[in-house]
Design a binder for this molecule. Structure first.
Ligand code: GDP
Length: 525
């Protein structure tokens, strides 16, 4: 197969959804269809429904399992699909955001009983930064859900994206009969009790087909009326608008009943973009470029309890990875030979022989790789757009045993490198302030400091409302600002100057007083 063909058949996507909308269940069914697992239901243990903290501990225990779902590659239709998992726990995570920089499209899953929920809104904001194409799956049609037209209106209004229904549901809850495919003029009938297998679907061609009346009775006439209405009131599918992130094809079904997920996969493989270009500080790198490039979007520690290693997840942007190849670690200006990159197909860490643009590979990291690092075939360029988010929660971290300051600092810097947490050191004192986007991160950090760095640490509350990275057009201006705002400034884990605001009002005043300084809530590596 030519390099162009290798790239053209790849589809790299992630699922965005609010917790409990059905992401895990859909992932299971996607893998079932991708023939990775025989019987759906083996991706993750049943949720305990307990507090998020125990969820994380459990995740830690089940790491072997949850990690295999970090990146899943499987064939579908004529494509090779990469599904990138986003962290599953209740907490809000920066990892999720960064994972979204490594995909070319997203599947948005909505619980049709609930509609658009908070996390989905936030994640959609992130996909907007790159106009990522979005496919929508309305889930849980086997329950009594909200009116389908109202749901689409809500998506259009709240998320500001046009909806083009590809399928349309017939009934819901106990009387969910299946879906009508508006493009193909076909009804696909749903049968219950087949959630764990690939169903043999019954198709009825043509909405006016009398077979339909025989199959679903009065629902047939209702469907005909409704479809007329839907066709008049909704958008037609338009590939260009989809690719521009302005219109989403919408599918309906039930992940639990394994109905509709394959319809969505058909759409995804047919329409979602092949690996896309990515911007660097020097030029735009096209996926078809034969020179190897890639960037690291995630670092995960202790994936294998037997090897205390850390794995850096790299998205290949162009060219080909071959086992044993040499790559340039651009930030360090060093060439490294990579013989043991890993992938996570079907539950085992398999060694990758080769991989192409759009694929994700895992590099063993012994502390030299950071989130945002670029690797190339020798060229000095750096991928841009891998975000760090200003934390919203802050605590002072303190040692139980003051003699272990070195370990604490080392641990925090490494955890900050991974993106597990952010660390700020005020200019005016020796405090260590931990900043997080979600509360769960605090627990994770103390737990990991104890188990991995043998440091007992505890938190104290601190009067910080928010933080902003600060930049100015010239060093001189930044120096001046540094003197004036000294008491509010700190350095983050990578020594970037940060404004630490005790209140939002304080931040507002600082912004007004210093128009020469930019206060950034998102920083790109
Ligand atoms: P996640 O938090 O988004 O990963 O959601 P899960 O996949 O864990 O699903 C949350 C809950 O919704 C679980 O109890 C699932 O069994 C249930 N669920 C998922 N899909 C469906 C569906 O299509 N119908 C029904 N009735 N329940 C579903």
């Amino acid at each position: 197969m030519s390099p162009e063909q290798e790239v053209a058949k790849r589809r790299t996507f992630a699922i965005i959804s609010h917790p409990d909308a059905g992401k895990t269940t859909i992932t299971e069914k996607v893998l079932l269809h991708g023939a990775l697992i025989q019987k759906a239901g083996t991706v993750k243990g049943k949720k305990s429904g307990q507090h998020a903290k125990s969820d994380w501990m459990e995740m830690e225990k089940e790491r072997g399992i949850s990690v295999t779902t970090s990146v899943m590659q499987f064939p579908y239709a004529d494509c090779l699909v990469n599904l990138l998992d986003t962290p599953g726990h209740e907490d809000f995570s920066e990892d999720t955001y960064r994972t979204l920089t490594a995909v070319d499209s997203c599947l948005m899953v909505i619980d049709a009983a609930k509609g658009v929920e908070a996390r989905t809104i936030k994640l959609m904001e992130v996909t907007r930064l790159r106009d990522t194409p979005i496919i929508t799956f309305m889930n849980k049609l086997d329950r009594d859900v909200r009116d389908p037209i109202e749901l689409m209106d809500e998506v259009e209004e709240v998320l500001n994206i046009a909806c083009a229904p590809i399928t349309w549901p017939i009934g819901m809850g106990k009387s969910f009969k299946g879906v009508y495919n508006l493009l193909e003029d076909t009804v696909i009938l749903y049968s219950t009790g087949q959630g764990s297998v690939i169903q043999e679907e019954r198709h009825i061609e043509g909405i006016d087909n009398p077979d339909l009346d025989a199959a679903i009775g009065d629902y047939a006439a209702e469907l005909r009326d409704e479809i007329e209405l839907v066709r008049g009131a909704s958008h037609d599918f338009d590939l260009d608008l989809f690719l521009a992130g302005e219109l989403t094809p919408v599918y309906w079904g039930t992940a639990l009943g394994n109905f509709g997920v394959d319809h969505m996969l058909e759409g995804l493989t047919q329409w979602a973009p092949a690996p896309q270009s990515r911007a660097t500080d020097v030029r735009t790198v096209e996926a078809a470029d034969t020179r190897f490039t890639g960037f690291v979007f995630k670092i995960q520690a202790n994936m294998d309890p037997n090897h205390r290693d850390r794995v850096a997840f790299m998205r290949i942007v162009s060219g080909r990875y071959e086992k044993g190849m040499k790559m340039r670690h651009v930030r360090l200006g060093k060439d490294v030979r990579i013989a043991d990159a890993v992938t996570f197909v079907a539950g085992d860490r398999a060694q990758v022989e080769d991989a192409w643009a759009g694929d994700i590979i895992g590099l063993h990291n012994h502390g030299t790789i950071q989130i945002g690092d670029t690797f190339t075939a020798g060229e000095a360029l750096k991928f841009t757009g891998i975000p760090n988010f200003a934390p919203e929660l802050f605590k002072r971290i303190r040692l139980k045993d003051p003699l272990k300051t070195k370990q604490l600092q080392k641990g925090l810097v490494q955890l900050a490198e991974e993106g597990a947490v952010q660390v700020f050191r005020p200019l005016r004192n020796n405090d260590l302030i931990v900043g997080a986007v979600g509360a769960l991160q605090f627990d994770v950090v103390v737990h990991r400091l104890r188990t991995e760095y043998k440091v007992e640490a505890l938190y104290e509350s601190i009067n910080v409302a928010t933080a902003r990275w600060v930049m100015a057009d010239s060093e001189r201006e930044l120096e001046k600002f540094r003197d004036k705002a000294y008491d509010n400034l700190a350095l983050d884990g990578a020594n970037n100057l940060t404004y630490i605001a005790p209140t939002m009002v304080n931040l507002q005043l600082a912004i007004e007083r210093h128009p020469e300084v930019r206060f950034l809530a998102i920083r790109e590596n």
